[in-house]
Ligand binder design. Structure first.
Ligand SMILES: [Zn+2]
Length: 470
C-alpha cells in the first residue's frame, strides 16, 4: 500500500428563469428586489435537523438538552419528527489507534491544553437559507431509532471540476464511474459556487461552514466567513483571518466531532492545513454537546495525492477509522488545469484517471459497507476556463456539479426535482445570495452530509436544509 501513495505532509426555481434574465448576468439587484416578480411560494416543511445553539454559550451549547455525544443524535431526532437516527450506531469514542490503514500519516494527538483562541461568543444562528421560520431548538426526549441513517459520511471536493466539460465527457460515455455515481443518487450539473469568489480556500471554507465568502447585502454582518485569501500563513486561522464580526467560525467538523464522530480531512494541497489549524486543540471551540470530545475537531489530517487519498479514504471508512470525512481531490486544478488548461487533452486524461479512482472507491464502499450505512456528497469549488478559474462571471467557472448518494435519495434523480421550494435550478444564470430563488451551492455540501447523518447544521450557516434522504 505504501508504495501506491506518498504522504506529502502529515500534520497535525427549477428556475430556468423563464427568460427573466439575460445570460451570465447576475440575478440579484442591489438594494433589493428581484428581476422576476414571482410570488414567493412557501417552502415545503423541512425535515432537516436544525439546532438553535445558545449564543451566549458559544458553539455547540445544547444547554438543557443535556445530551451525551451518542445520545445527542437521539436528541436531534426530536426536531425532525423522530425520523433521525436514535443513536444506534456504535461510536466507541476516540480515534482508533490500531488497525489504521496505510499507516502513513500521523494522527492529531491533540490533548494539549489550550491557552488562547477561545471562542467567546459563538456565532448567532442566522436561520439558514431560505429563511422559512428559523431554527428549532433541540430538546426533549430522543426519537426512535431508525435504521435509515448512515453511519459514515464523505464530502468529496473535486477541485476545479467544471460542469461544462464533465457534462461533455459524461455524454460521450468517457466517465463510467462518474456516471455510476450519478445513477446511484441525485445530481445536477447546475450547482453554483460562491457568488463573488471562485478560488480554492475561500470556497472550501464555504463548504465547511455553509457561509458565503463575502458580505451579502441585506444580511447580518455575521453571515459570511470572510476568508478570502487563497494561501496560508503561519498563525492564521479562519477565526482571525476572516470576518472580524465572528470570533469563531464553526464548521462541519465542530458538529460531527462534538457529536462523537471520528473526523478526517484528506486534502490534495498543503495549504489545507489552514483548516486543520483552525480546528486544532488550540484554536477549536469547546465541545459543549454532551460528552466532551475535545477542541481538536479534526482527528486525522493528511495531504495526499489523489490515488492515495481515495485508497486511504476507502480503507479508513471501511475500518471505521473515519466516520465523517472531507476528501479533496486536487488534480483537475493543480497541476493539470493551471498547467495545461481546462478541458485540454491532459485535463481530459486527468479526469478519466480520477474516474477510475472514483470507481474503485465506490467498489470498496459498496462491497464493504452496507448501502444504508454511507452517504457521499460531492461537488467542486469552481470550474475553470483557459488556465484559470478566478473570474466568477464565466459560465465554465461558475457551473459546477453536485452529487448526493445515500439512503432515501432516489437513484438517478435530478437533484432539483427533489428540492421543490428549497432550491431552484438557475439554468445558465448566476444568482446572488440575496436572490430568493437560490441554487444548490458548493456551500450546501457539508451541511447536507451532517443532515444525512441526522446531525444539526453548522451554527450560523446560511446554506443548509436541503432535506434529502428523509
Ligand atoms: Zn480550487
Amino acid at each position: 500500500m505504501e508504495t501506491r501513495f506518498r504522504v506529502m505532509l502529515a500534520l497535525a426555481g427549477f428556475l430556468t428563469f423563464f427568460g427573466c434574465s439575460s445570460r451570465d448576468e447576475p440575478l440579484s439587484i442591489p438594494g433589493g428586489g428581484y428581476p422576476c416578480d414571482q410570488p414567493r411560494a412557501a417552502a415545503p416543511p423541512c425535515t432537516g435537523v436544525t439546532v438553535q445553539y445558545g449564543v451566549a454559550g458559544g458553539l455547540g451549547d445544547l444547554g438543557a438538552a443535556g445530551l451525551d455525544a451518542r445520545a445527542g443524535r437521539a436528541g436531534a431526532a426530536a426536531s425532525c419528527g423522530g425520523s433521525c437516527d436514535g443513536g444506534d450506531v456504535n461510536h466507541t469514542g476516540g480515534l482508533a489507534t490500531g488497525g489504521s490503514s496505510g499507516g502513513a500519516g500521523a494522527f492529531d494527538t491533540g490533548g494539549s491544553p489550550t491557552t488562547g483562541g477561545l471562542p467567546t461568543g459563538g456565532a448567532p444562528d442566522t436561520g439558514g437559507f431560505p429563511s422559512t421560520g428559523g431554527a428549532a431548538t433541540v430538546g426533549g426526549a430522543g426519537g426512535a431509532a431508525s435504521p435509515s441513517r448512515p453511519s459514515r459520511a464523505v464530502v468529496i471536493s473535486f477541485d476545479g471540476l467544471a460542469s461544462r466539460y464533465l457534462g461533455e465527457m459524461l455524454a460521450a460515455g468517457s466517465l463510467p464511474a462518474f456516471q455510476r455515481f450519478r445513477d446511484l443518487g441525485a445530481s445536477t450539473l447546475d450547482a453554483r459556487p460562491d457568488y463573488e469568489v471562485t478560488v480554492t480556500l475561500p470556497n472550501h471554507t464555504s463548504m465547511l461552514t455553509g457561509r458565503p465568502v463575502t458580505a451579502v447585502p441585506g444580511m447580518p454582518a455575521e453571515t459570511h466567513h470572510g476568508f478570502s485569501a487563497n494561501g496560508y500563513s503561519e498563525g492564521v486561522t479562519l477565526h482571525n483571518g476572516g470576518n472580524p464580526a465572528l470570533s469563531y467560525v464553526p464548521s462541519i467538523f465542530d458538529v460531527a466531532h462534538d457529536y462523537g464522530y471520528r473526523t478526517c480531512l484528506y486534502a490534495g494541497k498543503e495549504k489545507f492545513v489552514l483548516f486543520d489549524r483552525s480546528y486544532d486543540a488550540e484554536h477549536g471551540g469547546p465541545d459543549l454537546t454532551g460528552k466532551d470530545d475535545g477542541r481538536d475537531k479534526i482527528d486525522r489530517f493528511l495531504v495526499l495525492e489523489s490515488e492515495a487519498a481515495f485508497d486511504v479514504a476507502a480503507l479508513d471508512l471501511v475500518q471505521g477509522v473515519c466516520e465523517f470525512m472531507f476528501l479533496h481531490i486536487a488534480d483537475l486544478d493543480t497541476p493539470v488545469g493551471h498547467q495545461y488548461g481546462w478541458n485540454s487533452p491532459e485535463w481530459q486524461q486527468a479526469i478519466m484517471g480520477i474516474d477510475t479512482m472514483l470507481g474503485e472507491f465506490l467498489d470498496q464502499l459498496v462491497l464493504d459497507i452496507e448501502l444504508e450505512q454511507w452517504v457521499i456528497v460531492a461537488t467542486a469549488d469552481h470550474g475553470g476556463e483557459g488556465y484559470d478559474h478566478s473570474n466568477p462571471t464565466l459560465r465554465a467557472v461558475y457551473e459546477i456539479p453536485f452529487f448526493a448518494v445515500g439512503p432515501g435519495i432516489p437513484a438517478g434523480a435530478d437533484l432539483y426535482d427533489l428540492l421543490d421550494g428549497r432550491r431552484w435550478d438557475p439554468g445558465d444564470t448566476r444568482p446572488g445570495y440575496d436572490f430568493y430563488y437560490q441554487p444548490v451551492r458548493d456551500g450546501d455540501a457539508g451541511n447536507l452530509a451532517l443532515e444525512m447523518l441526522g446531525l444539526p447544521s453548522v451554527p450560523g450557516s446560511l446554506m443548509r436544509e436541503l432535506c434529502l434522504g428523509g
